[in-house]
Ligand binder design. Structure first.
Ligand SMILES: [Zn+2]
Length: 230
């Protein structure tokens, strides 16, 4: 059997900047899993990044349905608490409510998750799995292209701001899978493109997409499609 190469994306929080990000992903035929807090639809918030205010306003339920069409919707808990600090009942409530609301919106059973704030442990992973979650993303970069050993603690390849992102993309593009499928898993938040880390960050994600897109030997998929690959 010949092994294959896959590329997947994962973006969190369901913010208004996802409108622009989805437009870019669609232009490059890339597939993303969007991790949403169903308790925050239509709410407004401001974060401080690099000493400046950054909008952290959320899409409404109605708009989310349209914006994320063709991509995957996944849970991020109802209201973004540190799940490792909650008791079992509270974790269940955060996830079961999110699954229910997001599944209604998506029109399919939502089974993915990204840990809010990136905190996780075995107990939390087990409770999530018990609620029907099949895979859950951490924020721990592997900087490698291996399929997850444990999808309930699915470590991404890197964040889009990783100083090695272009090096890793080049390595992946040139790689030939010899002893298993290869996966490049990139994650982030679209509001991060509104403040400058390396200059124009919207141009940064365009550059990432331009580099990786439209390769004959790469399959572009959501997280769920990767897990369901044959
Ligand atoms: Zn988040």
């Amino acid at each position: 059997m010949a092994y294959k190469k896959y590329f997947t994306l994962s973006y969190d929080d369901g913010v208004l900047q996802d409108r622009r990000l989805v437009e870019i992903f669609n232009r490059y035929n890339l597939k993303c899993t969007f991790n949403i807090n169903s308790g925050f639809f239509g709410t407004e918030n401001t974060l401080i990044r690099l000493g400046k205010p950054v909008a952290h306003n959320k899409l409404t339920q109605e708009e989310a349905k349209k914006v994320y069409a063709g991509h995957e919707i996944s849970t991020h808990s109802r209201t973004h608490p540190d799940l490792t600090k909650l008791n079992r009942w509270q974790v269940r409530k955060q996830i079961v409510d999110d699954i229910k609301k997001l599944s209604e919106l998506a029109g399919y059973e939502v089974t993915g998750h990204a840990y809010p704030g990136g905190t996780y442990d075995r107990r939390t992973a087990d409770i999530l799995q018990d609620c029907g979650i099949r895979y859950a993303r951490t924020v721990d970069s592997t900087r490698n292209f291996k399929a997850p050993e444990d999808p309930m603690m699915w470590h991404p390849t890197c964040h889009h701001e990783d100083e090695k992102v272009f090096e890793l993309l080049e390595e992946f593009i040139g790689a030939t899978p010899t002893d298993g499928d290869l996966l490049f898993y990139l994650w982030g938040h679209s509001y991060e493109f509104d403040y400058d880390v390396w200059g124009n960050n919207w141009e940064h994600i365009e550059k990432v997409c331009r580099m990786i897109a439209n390769k004959d030997d790469i399959i572009y998929c959501t997280n769920l499609e990767f897990l369901n690959r044959t």
